[in-house]
Design a binder for this molecule. Sequence first.
Ligand SMILES: Cc1ncc(COP(=O)(O)O)c(C=O)c1O
Length: 479
Amino acid sequence: MAEDILKTAYDPARFREAGHALIDQLARYLQEARKGQVPVLHYQHPDKEWDLWQAYLEKGDPKDLFERILERTTKVQHPRYMGHQVAPPIPLASLAALVGGVLNNGMAIYEMGMAPTAMERLLTDWLCRKAGFGPEARGFLTSGGTLANLTALLAARRSRGREDVWNKGYTSKQAVLVSEAAHYCIDRAARIMGMGAEGVIQIPVDTNYRMDPAYLQQAYDQAIKKGLEPIALVGSAPCTATGSYDPLEPLAAFCRQHNLWFHIDGAHGGAAILSERYKHLMDGVAGADSLVIDGHKMMGMPVLTTALLFRNGADSYNTFSQQADYLLSESEEEDWYNGAKRTFECTKLTGIFSWFAVWKTYGEELFTAYLERQYDLAREASELIRSRPGWELACLPQSNILCFRYLAPGMDDTTADQLNGAIRQHLLEAGTYYIVQTRVSGRSYLRTSLMNPLTGISDIRSLLDHIEGIAKAIPLSGN
Ligand SMILES: Cc1ncc(COP(=O)(O)O)c(C=O)c1O
Protein backbone atom coordinates (compact mmCIF):
# COMPACT_ATOMS: atom_id res chain seq x y z
CA MET A 1 0.00 0.00 0.00
CA ALA A 2 2.73 2.49 1.08
CA GLU A 3 4.73 1.40 -1.97
CA ASP A 4 1.77 2.03 -4.27
CA ILE A 5 1.02 5.46 -2.97
CA LEU A 6 4.67 6.49 -3.31
CA LYS A 7 4.82 5.08 -6.84
CA THR A 8 1.74 7.03 -7.80
CA ALA A 9 2.86 10.26 -6.18
CA TYR A 10 6.28 10.13 -7.85
CA ASP A 11 5.11 8.94 -11.29
CA PRO A 12 6.63 11.15 -14.07
CA ALA A 13 3.84 10.20 -16.50
CA ARG A 14 1.25 11.62 -14.11
CA PHE A 15 3.38 14.70 -13.70
CA ARG A 16 3.40 15.21 -17.46
CA GLU A 17 -0.35 14.78 -17.78
CA ALA A 18 -1.21 17.00 -14.80
CA GLY A 19 1.45 19.51 -15.82
CA HIS A 20 0.08 19.99 -19.35
CA ALA A 21 -3.41 20.45 -17.96
CA LEU A 22 -2.18 22.90 -15.35
CA ILE A 23 -0.24 25.03 -17.84
CA ASP A 24 -3.36 25.21 -20.04
CA GLN A 25 -5.42 26.21 -17.04
CA LEU A 26 -2.91 28.88 -15.97
CA ALA A 27 -2.69 30.26 -19.51
CA ARG A 28 -6.50 30.59 -19.59
CA TYR A 29 -6.33 32.30 -16.21
CA LEU A 30 -3.75 34.78 -17.48
CA GLN A 31 -5.84 35.51 -20.59
CA GLU A 32 -8.93 36.09 -18.54
CA ALA A 33 -7.22 38.22 -15.89
CA ARG A 34 -5.55 40.49 -18.42
CA LYS A 35 -8.84 41.14 -20.21
CA GLY A 36 -10.07 42.60 -16.93
CA GLN A 37 -13.65 41.45 -17.32
CA VAL A 38 -13.73 39.47 -14.10
CA PRO A 39 -13.37 40.85 -10.57
CA VAL A 40 -9.81 41.40 -9.33
CA LEU A 41 -10.69 39.47 -6.21
CA HIS A 42 -13.67 37.87 -4.46
CA TYR A 43 -13.19 39.28 -1.01
CA GLN A 44 -14.47 37.14 1.81
CA HIS A 45 -14.25 37.50 5.57
CA PRO A 46 -11.28 35.41 6.85
CA ASP A 47 -13.53 33.16 8.99
CA LYS A 48 -15.72 32.35 6.01
CA GLU A 49 -12.70 31.65 3.86
CA TRP A 50 -11.44 29.30 6.53
CA ASP A 51 -14.83 27.52 6.60
CA LEU A 52 -14.76 27.16 2.86
CA TRP A 53 -11.36 25.49 2.81
CA GLN A 54 -12.23 23.36 5.79
CA ALA A 55 -15.25 22.06 3.89
CA TYR A 56 -13.13 21.52 0.79
CA LEU A 57 -10.55 19.59 2.79
CA GLU A 58 -13.27 17.30 4.11
CA LYS A 59 -15.44 16.81 1.03
CA GLY A 60 -13.95 18.58 -1.99
CA ASP A 61 -12.64 16.91 -5.13
CA PRO A 62 -8.81 17.13 -5.40
CA LYS A 63 -9.25 17.60 -9.15
CA ASP A 64 -10.84 21.00 -8.47
CA LEU A 65 -8.02 22.24 -6.31
CA PHE A 66 -6.22 24.52 -8.74
CA GLU A 67 -9.48 25.90 -10.14
CA ARG A 68 -10.53 26.82 -6.62
CA ILE A 69 -7.20 28.41 -5.82
CA LEU A 70 -7.45 30.53 -8.96
CA GLU A 71 -10.94 31.63 -8.01
CA ARG A 72 -10.05 32.49 -4.46
CA THR A 73 -6.86 34.51 -4.88
CA THR A 74 -6.19 38.09 -5.95
CA LYS A 75 -5.40 38.51 -9.64
CA VAL A 76 -2.22 40.56 -9.78
CA GLN A 77 -2.32 40.33 -13.59
CA HIS A 78 -5.67 42.16 -13.72
CA PRO A 79 -5.33 45.73 -15.11
CA ARG A 80 -7.32 46.97 -12.13
CA TYR A 81 -4.96 45.39 -9.65
CA MET A 82 -3.30 48.51 -8.24
CA GLY A 83 -2.74 47.45 -4.65
CA HIS A 84 0.35 46.17 -2.94
CA GLN A 85 3.87 46.19 -4.28
CA VAL A 86 3.90 42.76 -5.87
CA ALA A 87 4.67 42.46 -9.57
CA PRO A 88 2.57 40.46 -11.99
CA PRO A 89 5.35 37.98 -12.69
CA ILE A 90 6.72 37.75 -16.21
CA PRO A 91 5.32 34.36 -17.34
CA LEU A 92 8.78 33.05 -18.25
CA ALA A 93 9.86 33.83 -14.69
CA SER A 94 6.93 31.80 -13.34
CA LEU A 95 7.94 28.84 -15.51
CA ALA A 96 11.50 29.11 -14.25
CA ALA A 97 10.16 29.05 -10.67
CA LEU A 98 8.46 25.76 -11.54
CA VAL A 99 11.84 24.39 -12.65
CA GLY A 100 13.18 25.32 -9.22
CA GLY A 101 10.25 23.55 -7.59
CA VAL A 102 10.97 20.38 -9.54
CA LEU A 103 14.73 20.34 -9.06
CA ASN A 104 14.61 21.38 -5.40
CA ASN A 105 18.31 22.19 -5.19
CA GLY A 106 18.49 23.94 -1.85
CA MET A 107 21.74 25.86 -2.47
CA ALA A 108 22.95 25.57 1.12
CA ILE A 109 26.20 24.17 -0.18
CA TYR A 110 27.65 24.56 -3.63
CA GLU A 111 27.03 21.05 -4.90
CA MET A 112 23.35 21.39 -3.95
CA GLY A 113 22.96 24.20 -6.47
CA MET A 114 25.92 24.54 -8.78
CA ALA A 115 24.10 26.24 -11.67
CA PRO A 116 22.00 28.62 -9.53
CA THR A 117 25.06 29.55 -7.45
CA ALA A 118 27.01 30.62 -10.54
CA MET A 119 23.94 32.38 -11.95
CA GLU A 120 23.47 34.29 -8.70
CA ARG A 121 27.05 35.49 -8.87
CA LEU A 122 26.59 36.70 -12.45
CA LEU A 123 23.33 38.51 -11.78
CA THR A 124 24.43 40.12 -8.52
CA ASP A 125 27.80 41.15 -10.04
CA TRP A 126 25.84 42.85 -12.82
CA LEU A 127 23.58 44.66 -10.34
CA CYS A 128 26.65 45.72 -8.33
CA ARG A 129 28.18 47.23 -11.50
CA LYS A 130 24.92 49.03 -12.22
CA ALA A 131 24.99 50.45 -8.70
CA GLY A 132 28.46 51.82 -9.42
CA PHE A 133 30.22 49.46 -7.00
CA GLY A 134 33.78 48.29 -7.80
CA PRO A 135 35.18 44.80 -8.53
CA GLU A 136 35.36 43.88 -4.83
CA ALA A 137 31.56 44.14 -4.54
CA ARG A 138 29.55 40.95 -4.06
CA GLY A 139 25.93 40.01 -3.52
CA PHE A 140 23.55 37.13 -3.17
CA LEU A 141 19.85 36.38 -3.27
CA THR A 142 17.80 35.96 -0.14
CA SER A 143 14.17 35.46 0.83
CA GLY A 144 12.59 38.90 0.68
CA GLY A 145 13.41 42.49 1.46
CA THR A 146 12.65 42.07 5.15
CA LEU A 147 15.27 39.38 5.62
CA ALA A 148 17.71 41.20 3.34
CA ASN A 149 17.44 44.38 5.43
CA LEU A 150 18.04 42.41 8.62
CA THR A 151 21.04 40.69 7.06
CA ALA A 152 22.48 44.04 5.93
CA LEU A 153 22.12 45.51 9.42
CA LEU A 154 23.81 42.46 10.91
CA ALA A 155 26.70 43.07 8.51
CA ALA A 156 26.70 46.72 9.55
CA ARG A 157 27.00 45.76 13.20
CA ARG A 158 29.87 43.41 12.45
CA SER A 159 31.67 46.04 10.47
CA ARG A 160 31.02 49.24 12.43
CA GLY A 161 30.03 48.24 15.95
CA ARG A 162 32.69 48.90 18.61
CA GLU A 163 31.97 45.59 20.27
CA ASP A 164 31.93 42.05 18.95
CA VAL A 165 28.23 41.50 19.68
CA TRP A 166 28.07 38.48 17.39
CA ASN A 167 30.45 36.51 19.57
CA LYS A 168 30.17 38.13 22.97
CA GLY A 169 26.63 39.50 23.17
CA TYR A 170 25.64 43.04 24.03
CA THR A 171 27.19 45.17 26.67
CA SER A 172 26.51 48.50 24.99
CA LYS A 173 23.47 50.09 23.34
CA GLN A 174 23.54 50.43 19.58
CA ALA A 175 21.23 52.34 17.27
CA VAL A 176 20.30 52.88 13.63
CA LEU A 177 19.06 56.08 12.05
CA VAL A 178 16.20 55.80 9.61
CA SER A 179 13.45 57.96 8.14
CA GLU A 180 10.19 58.05 10.05
CA ALA A 181 8.52 56.93 6.79
CA ALA A 182 10.69 53.79 6.35
CA HIS A 183 9.19 50.31 6.03
CA TYR A 184 8.46 48.72 9.40
CA CYS A 185 10.93 45.92 8.75
CA ILE A 186 13.85 48.22 9.60
CA ASP A 187 12.37 48.85 13.04
CA ARG A 188 11.75 45.13 13.38
CA ALA A 189 15.31 44.25 12.35
CA ALA A 190 16.78 46.65 14.91
CA ARG A 191 14.60 45.19 17.66
CA ILE A 192 15.52 41.63 16.65
CA MET A 193 19.13 42.73 16.96
CA GLY A 194 18.47 43.78 20.54
CA MET A 195 18.48 47.55 20.06
CA GLY A 196 15.00 48.02 21.47
CA ALA A 197 12.68 50.87 20.57
CA GLU A 198 15.27 53.39 21.72
CA GLY A 199 17.73 52.07 19.17
CA VAL A 200 15.56 53.06 16.22
CA ILE A 201 16.15 56.77 15.72
CA GLN A 202 13.53 58.21 13.44
CA ILE A 203 14.56 61.14 11.28
CA PRO A 204 11.72 63.49 10.27
CA VAL A 205 10.67 63.75 6.62
CA ASP A 206 10.06 66.81 4.45
CA THR A 207 6.73 67.69 2.81
CA ASN A 208 7.40 65.06 0.12
CA TYR A 209 8.00 62.35 2.73
CA ARG A 210 11.74 62.16 2.01
CA MET A 211 14.13 62.00 4.93
CA ASP A 212 15.23 65.53 5.80
CA PRO A 213 19.03 65.40 6.22
CA ALA A 214 18.93 68.67 8.14
CA TYR A 215 17.89 66.65 11.22
CA LEU A 216 20.67 64.08 11.01
CA GLN A 217 23.41 65.80 12.96
CA GLN A 218 21.08 66.72 15.80
CA ALA A 219 19.67 63.18 16.01
CA TYR A 220 23.17 61.72 15.95
CA ASP A 221 24.41 64.04 18.71
CA GLN A 222 21.38 63.27 20.87
CA ALA A 223 21.96 59.55 20.45
CA ILE A 224 25.56 59.89 21.59
CA LYS A 225 24.44 61.97 24.56
CA LYS A 226 22.03 59.21 25.55
CA GLY A 227 24.87 56.71 25.52
CA LEU A 228 23.83 55.04 22.28
CA GLU A 229 26.29 53.95 19.60
CA PRO A 230 24.86 54.67 16.13
CA ILE A 231 26.16 52.05 13.72
CA ALA A 232 24.15 52.63 10.54
CA LEU A 233 21.96 54.99 8.58
CA VAL A 234 19.24 53.50 6.37
CA GLY A 235 17.98 55.31 3.27
CA SER A 236 14.68 54.32 1.67
CA ALA A 237 14.60 54.05 -2.10
CA PRO A 238 11.74 54.62 -1.93
CA CYS A 239 9.70 54.45 1.28
CA THR A 240 6.61 52.29 1.19
CA ALA A 241 3.66 54.56 1.92
CA THR A 242 4.21 57.36 -0.60
CA GLY A 243 7.01 55.88 -2.72
CA SER A 244 9.34 58.82 -1.98
CA TYR A 245 13.10 58.42 -2.40
CA ASP A 246 15.32 59.70 0.40
CA PRO A 247 18.09 62.06 -0.81
CA LEU A 248 20.82 59.43 -0.87
CA GLU A 249 23.78 61.65 -1.69
CA PRO A 250 23.73 63.73 1.52
CA LEU A 251 23.00 60.56 3.50
CA ALA A 252 26.10 58.90 2.04
CA ALA A 253 28.16 61.99 2.90
CA PHE A 254 26.87 61.96 6.48
CA CYS A 255 27.85 58.30 6.83
CA ARG A 256 31.34 58.97 5.52
CA GLN A 257 31.73 61.81 7.99
CA HIS A 258 30.68 59.68 10.99
CA ASN A 259 31.95 56.28 9.87
CA LEU A 260 28.39 54.91 9.80
CA TRP A 261 27.34 52.01 7.62
CA PHE A 262 25.13 53.32 4.82
CA HIS A 263 22.41 50.87 3.90
CA ILE A 264 19.88 51.53 1.15
CA ASP A 265 16.55 49.78 1.35
CA GLY A 266 15.83 49.75 -2.39
CA ALA A 267 13.42 46.82 -2.01
CA HIS A 268 10.81 48.67 -4.02
CA GLY A 269 12.68 50.99 -6.36
CA GLY A 270 16.37 50.12 -6.24
CA ALA A 271 15.91 48.90 -9.81
CA ALA A 272 15.85 52.55 -10.88
CA ILE A 273 19.64 52.14 -11.23
CA LEU A 274 18.77 50.46 -14.57
CA SER A 275 16.97 53.46 -16.02
CA GLU A 276 18.72 56.40 -17.63
CA ARG A 277 15.64 58.51 -16.97
CA TYR A 278 15.09 57.56 -13.33
CA LYS A 279 18.53 56.66 -12.00
CA HIS A 280 18.95 60.22 -10.70
CA LEU A 281 16.62 59.08 -7.88
CA MET A 282 19.42 56.74 -6.81
CA ASP A 283 22.20 59.36 -6.92
CA GLY A 284 24.52 58.54 -4.05
CA VAL A 285 23.98 54.78 -4.35
CA ALA A 286 27.66 54.18 -5.17
CA GLY A 287 28.47 55.34 -1.65
CA ALA A 288 26.23 52.73 -0.01
CA ASP A 289 27.78 49.86 1.92
CA SER A 290 24.79 47.65 1.15
CA LEU A 291 21.77 47.78 -1.12
CA VAL A 292 18.60 45.68 -1.29
CA ILE A 293 16.57 45.22 -4.47
CA ASP A 294 13.43 43.09 -4.56
CA GLY A 295 12.98 41.32 -7.88
CA HIS A 296 9.34 40.65 -7.00
CA LYS A 297 8.56 44.35 -6.81
CA MET A 298 9.86 46.38 -9.76
CA MET A 299 11.57 43.63 -11.77
CA GLY A 300 8.67 41.34 -12.64
CA MET A 301 9.77 38.33 -10.58
CA PRO A 302 7.64 35.88 -8.62
CA VAL A 303 7.86 36.07 -4.82
CA LEU A 304 10.41 35.88 -3.21
CA THR A 305 13.39 37.04 -5.23
CA THR A 306 15.61 39.60 -3.46
CA ALA A 307 19.17 40.71 -4.12
CA LEU A 308 21.39 41.96 -1.30
CA LEU A 309 24.50 43.70 -2.59
CA PHE A 310 27.62 44.76 -0.68
CA ARG A 311 30.05 47.41 -1.90
CA ASN A 312 32.82 45.54 -0.17
CA GLY A 313 32.16 41.81 -0.62
CA ALA A 314 34.30 40.91 2.41
CA ASP A 315 31.65 42.47 4.67
CA SER A 316 29.15 39.90 3.46
CA TYR A 317 31.44 37.05 4.51
CA ASN A 318 31.93 38.41 7.99
CA THR A 319 28.24 38.79 8.93
CA PHE A 320 27.66 35.26 10.19
CA SER A 321 31.20 34.00 10.64
CA GLN A 322 32.46 32.98 14.05
CA GLN A 323 35.71 34.81 13.49
CA ALA A 324 35.77 38.20 11.85
CA ASP A 325 38.86 37.19 9.89
CA TYR A 326 37.30 33.92 8.78
CA LEU A 327 37.81 34.64 5.13
CA LEU A 328 41.58 34.51 5.42
CA SER A 329 41.82 31.92 8.17
CA GLU A 330 39.52 29.32 6.67
CA SER A 331 40.14 29.70 3.01
CA GLU A 332 42.97 30.99 0.88
CA GLU A 333 40.62 32.07 -1.85
CA GLU A 334 37.22 33.68 -1.85
CA ASP A 335 34.64 30.90 -1.58
CA TRP A 336 31.79 32.89 -3.09
CA TYR A 337 30.16 29.60 -4.05
CA ASN A 338 29.27 28.47 -0.51
CA GLY A 339 26.25 30.71 -0.25
CA ALA A 340 24.96 29.64 3.15
CA LYS A 341 28.01 31.14 4.83
CA ARG A 342 26.65 34.53 3.84
CA THR A 343 22.87 34.08 3.87
CA PHE A 344 20.46 33.90 6.76
CA GLU A 345 18.90 30.81 5.24
CA CYS A 346 20.47 27.39 5.08
CA THR A 347 18.29 25.87 2.37
CA LYS A 348 16.87 28.58 0.14
CA LEU A 349 14.74 29.08 -2.95
CA THR A 350 16.36 29.03 -6.38
CA GLY A 351 14.69 32.32 -7.25
CA ILE A 352 17.66 33.06 -9.47
CA PHE A 353 16.24 30.73 -12.16
CA SER A 354 13.47 33.25 -12.77
CA TRP A 355 15.70 36.30 -12.73
CA PHE A 356 18.37 34.75 -14.90
CA ALA A 357 15.90 33.34 -17.45
CA VAL A 358 14.31 36.76 -18.01
CA TRP A 359 17.65 38.58 -18.05
CA LYS A 360 19.11 36.16 -20.61
CA THR A 361 16.00 35.95 -22.80
CA TYR A 362 14.83 39.56 -22.92
CA GLY A 363 17.89 41.44 -21.72
CA GLU A 364 18.23 44.32 -19.34
CA GLU A 365 15.86 46.41 -21.53
CA LEU A 366 12.85 44.55 -20.24
CA PHE A 367 13.52 45.54 -16.64
CA THR A 368 14.12 49.13 -17.69
CA ALA A 369 10.99 49.23 -19.86
CA TYR A 370 8.85 47.87 -17.03
CA LEU A 371 10.05 50.32 -14.39
CA GLU A 372 9.94 53.34 -16.68
CA ARG A 373 6.44 52.55 -17.92
CA GLN A 374 5.07 52.20 -14.41
CA TYR A 375 6.84 55.29 -13.09
CA ASP A 376 5.63 57.31 -16.12
CA LEU A 377 2.09 56.08 -15.58
CA ALA A 378 2.10 57.31 -11.98
CA ARG A 379 3.12 60.76 -13.17
CA GLU A 380 0.35 60.80 -15.75
CA ALA A 381 -2.15 59.55 -13.16
CA SER A 382 -1.10 62.28 -10.73
CA GLU A 383 -1.81 64.92 -13.38
CA LEU A 384 -5.22 63.41 -13.91
CA ILE A 385 -5.97 63.40 -10.18
CA ARG A 386 -4.82 67.00 -9.79
CA SER A 387 -7.01 68.10 -12.69
CA ARG A 388 -10.22 66.80 -11.09
CA PRO A 389 -12.09 68.75 -8.45
CA GLY A 390 -12.47 67.06 -5.08
CA TRP A 391 -9.21 65.12 -5.29
CA GLU A 392 -6.04 65.68 -3.31
CA LEU A 393 -2.60 64.07 -3.67
CA ALA A 394 -0.46 63.43 -0.58
CA CYS A 395 2.56 64.40 -2.70
CA LEU A 396 3.76 64.18 -6.28
CA PRO A 397 4.86 60.64 -7.14
CA GLN A 398 8.53 59.80 -7.42
CA SER A 399 7.95 56.14 -8.18
CA ASN A 400 4.83 54.20 -9.21
CA ILE A 401 3.14 54.66 -5.82
CA LEU A 402 0.39 57.25 -5.49
CA CYS A 403 -1.48 58.40 -2.38
CA PHE A 404 -4.60 60.48 -2.81
CA ARG A 405 -7.95 61.15 -1.19
CA TYR A 406 -11.38 62.28 -2.26
CA LEU A 407 -13.15 64.97 -0.29
CA ALA A 408 -15.98 67.39 -0.81
CA PRO A 409 -15.30 71.14 -0.59
CA GLY A 410 -15.11 72.24 3.04
CA MET A 411 -15.05 68.69 4.38
CA ASP A 412 -13.05 68.36 7.60
CA ASP A 413 -10.20 65.85 7.92
CA THR A 414 -12.05 63.48 10.24
CA THR A 415 -14.97 63.18 7.85
CA ALA A 416 -12.56 62.80 4.93
CA ASP A 417 -10.85 59.93 6.80
CA GLN A 418 -14.20 58.27 7.31
CA LEU A 419 -15.18 58.75 3.66
CA ASN A 420 -11.92 57.41 2.23
CA GLY A 421 -11.94 54.47 4.64
CA ALA A 422 -15.46 53.62 3.50
CA ILE A 423 -14.49 54.00 -0.18
CA ARG A 424 -11.63 51.58 0.22
CA GLN A 425 -13.82 49.04 2.06
CA HIS A 426 -16.45 49.32 -0.64
CA LEU A 427 -13.87 48.73 -3.39
CA LEU A 428 -12.44 45.74 -1.53
CA GLU A 429 -15.79 44.07 -1.11
CA ALA A 430 -16.95 44.80 -4.66
CA GLY A 431 -13.70 43.44 -6.11
CA THR A 432 -13.82 45.61 -9.23
CA TYR A 433 -10.60 47.46 -8.37
CA TYR A 434 -7.93 46.53 -5.90
CA ILE A 435 -6.32 49.47 -4.17
CA VAL A 436 -5.13 49.85 -0.59
CA GLN A 437 -5.05 52.62 1.98
CA THR A 438 -2.47 54.16 4.25
CA ARG A 439 -2.10 56.88 6.83
CA VAL A 440 0.05 59.79 5.81
CA SER A 441 0.60 62.77 8.13
CA GLY A 442 -2.04 61.29 10.40
CA ARG A 443 -4.73 61.20 7.68
CA SER A 444 -6.29 58.37 5.69
CA TYR A 445 -5.30 58.17 2.03
CA LEU A 446 -6.15 55.79 -0.76
CA ARG A 447 -3.01 54.24 -2.15
CA THR A 448 -2.16 52.59 -5.44
CA SER A 449 1.03 50.86 -6.51
CA LEU A 450 0.84 50.76 -10.29
CA MET A 451 2.48 47.37 -10.69
CA ASN A 452 0.76 46.05 -13.76
CA PRO A 453 2.05 46.93 -17.25
CA LEU A 454 -1.49 46.27 -18.50
CA THR A 455 -2.94 49.05 -16.34
CA GLY A 456 -3.51 52.13 -18.49
CA ILE A 457 -4.54 55.70 -17.78
CA SER A 458 -8.10 54.75 -18.78
CA ASP A 459 -8.19 52.32 -15.81
CA ILE A 460 -7.18 55.14 -13.49
CA ARG A 461 -9.80 57.43 -15.00
CA SER A 462 -12.50 54.82 -14.53
CA LEU A 463 -11.33 54.23 -10.93
CA LEU A 464 -11.77 57.93 -10.17
CA ASP A 465 -15.21 58.00 -11.88
CA HIS A 466 -16.21 54.93 -9.94
CA ILE A 467 -15.09 56.38 -6.61
CA GLU A 468 -16.92 59.63 -7.26
CA GLY A 469 -20.04 57.57 -7.93
CA ILE A 470 -19.84 55.46 -4.78
CA ALA A 471 -18.80 58.39 -2.55
CA LYS A 472 -22.21 59.96 -3.12
CA ALA A 473 -23.91 56.92 -1.64
CA ILE A 474 -21.75 56.68 1.49
CA PRO A 475 -23.53 57.99 4.62
CA LEU A 476 -21.19 60.06 6.80
CA SER A 477 -21.75 60.75 10.47
CA GLY A 478 -19.79 64.05 10.40
CA ASN A 479 -21.64 65.55 7.40
C1 LIG B 1 10.68 49.88 1.23
C2 LIG B 1 10.40 48.45 1.56
N1 LIG B 1 11.32 47.73 2.23
C3 LIG B 1 11.12 46.46 2.57
C4 LIG B 1 9.94 45.83 2.24
C5 LIG B 1 9.76 44.39 2.65
O1 LIG B 1 10.08 43.59 1.57
P1 LIG B 1 9.53 42.08 1.47
O2 LIG B 1 8.06 42.20 1.39
O3 LIG B 1 10.16 41.56 0.22
O4 LIG B 1 9.98 41.37 2.68
C6 LIG B 1 8.95 46.52 1.55
C7 LIG B 1 7.69 45.87 1.21
O5 LIG B 1 6.76 46.44 0.74
C8 LIG B 1 9.20 47.87 1.19
O6 LIG B 1 8.28 48.58 0.54
